[in-house]
Design a protein around this ligand. Structure first.
Ligand code: SIN
Ligand code: FE
Length: 312
C-alpha cells in the first residue's frame, strides 16, 4: 500500500525549496510522486493573508454562484464560468486577486521544489472548492466521494501527467480522502489475467475509434483532439466510479489532510475520493511525459505495453 510522505517544516516555502536544491532530494520527491505517494506539507508553504482566507470562507452567504467549484485560469488571468452574482465589483476583483495570488504562489513553490519538472509542464487551472463534500448530491460520474482517477473531458493531455497541488483552508476541519493503489498495480486487476490481451485491446481499440479527433470540432481545434490514451483515461474514470465492488472491496486507505496543510499527488494514476471537508484551493499542472524520472510508472507507458501499440 502506498504512503503519505510527510514533509515537516516551519511552514516557510524556503525551508522546502532550499532542501530541494539538492538535486538528489528533488529527484526523490518526483520518484515518490510517480510511485503513487501523496507528498504532504502539514504547514502549507503557500502563505495567504488571514483576512483573504476569511473572505473566501465567507463568500457563500452573499453569492449564489458558489454552488460549485470556481476555476481560475492562470494563462488568461480570469475566473471561468460562474462569476460572482453580486453587484459588487470590488468583491469580484478581490476574489480574482486572491486566486491569482494562490496560483502564482503555488507555481513559484513547485518551480523551486520539483526542479526535475521545472519548465516541463503546462500550467492548467487553479480552483477554489467552497462546498462541504460530504453528502453532495451529484450524478454518479461527477461524484467526488467515489474512488476515481482524473481525466479532463475538455482538456486531453496526450500522455502528460495530471499533478495537483491542494491546500486545505478550513480553519479547523481536516479534508478526509481515501486513496487506492496506483495505476500500474491497479490496471492488471481490472483486466482479468486469463485473457489480458483481448480484453485490453478491445477496450483500447474502442477508445481509439471514438476520438474527438474525427469530429469537426476536433479538426478545427487540434488541442481538443483526444488521443486513444485520453479516451481510455476518460472511460477508466467512469469505469471505476461505476464499479461497486471496487468501491467497496478495492484496496484503499484513509488519508486525513489537516487544516492549513498542502499536499500534492498525481491524480491521473492514484485513485482518490474526498469524503468530507470544505474550503480548499488547488493548482493543476500537466507535466510532460518525458520529464518523468520513472517513466515505467506512468499510465501511458503501462497502457502502451499492455496494448502493444502507441496510444498517442
Ligand atoms: C477530486 O479531485 O476528486 C477532488 C479532490 C478534492 O476536492 O479534495
Ligand atoms: Fe479527482
Amino acid at each position: 500500500m502506498h504512503r503519505v510522505v510527510t514533509l515537516e517544516s516551519t511552514g516557510a516555502a524556503k525551508d522546502f525549496t532550499s532542501a530541494s536544491q539538492n538535486t538528489v532530494q528533488a529527484m526523490e520527491h518526483c520518484r515518490q510522486l510517480e510511485a503513487g505517494n501523496i507528498l504532504l506539507f502539514p504547514q502549507s508553504p503557500i502563505m495567504l493573508a488571514e483576512e483573504d482566507l476569511a473572505f473566501l470562507r465567507g463568500l457563500e452567504h452573499g453569492h449564489r454562484s458558489l454552488h460549485k467549484n470556481l476555476a481560475y485560469k492562470p494563462l488568461q488571468d480570469c475566473i471561468a464560468g460562474a462569476k460572482l452574482e453580486s453587484n459588487d465589483p470590488a468583491a469580484s476583483e478581490r476574489l480574482l486577486r486572491i486566486l491569482r495570488s494562490y496560483s502564482r504562489g503555488a507555481l513559484q513553490f513547485l518551480t523551486e521544489f520539483l526542479t526535475p519538472y521545472t519548465a516541463r509542464w503546462q500550467v492548467d487551472y487553479a480552483s477554489f472548492r467552497p462546498l462541504e463534500e460530504q453528502g453532495r448530491a451529484l450524478p454518479l460520474h461527477k461524484r467526488n466521494d467515489l474512488l476515481h482517477t482524473d481525466a479532463f473531458p475538455t482538456r486531453p493531455t496526450h500522455g502528460a501527467r495530471i499533478l495537483r497541488f491542494f491546500t486545505n483552508i478550513h480553519p479547523t476541519q481536516s479534508r478526509e480522502w481515501i486513496v487506492g493503489e496506483p495505476f500500474r498495480t491497479l490496471i492488471p486487476q481490472m483486466v482479468p489475467s486469463t485473457t489480458p490481451a483481448p480484453r485490453a485491446e478491445g477496450l483500447l481499440q474502442r477508445a481509439a475509434r471514438s476520438t474527438l479527433g474525427h469530429t469537426s470540432l476536433g479538426k478545427a481545434w487540434p488541442a481538443l483532439r483526444r488521443s486513444s490514451y485520453d479516451q481510455f483515461m476518460l472511460r477508466f474514470h467512469d469505469v471505476l466510479k461505476e464499479n461497486a465492488d471496487y468501491q467497496t472491496n478495492g484496496q484503499h486507505t484513509a488519508v486525513s489532510l489537516p487544516p492549513g496543510s498542502s499536499w500534492m499527488v498525481y491524480t491521473d494514476s492514484v485513485p482518490h475520493a474526498v469524503l468530507s471537508g470544505r474550503f480548499a484551493l488547488e493548482q493543476t499542472l500537466l507535466v510532460a511525459p518525458d520529464a518523468m524520472v520513472t517513466p515505467e510508472e506512468s499510465p501511458l507507458v503501462v497502457l502502451e505495453s499492455l496494448a502493444g501499440c502507441r496510444l498517442v
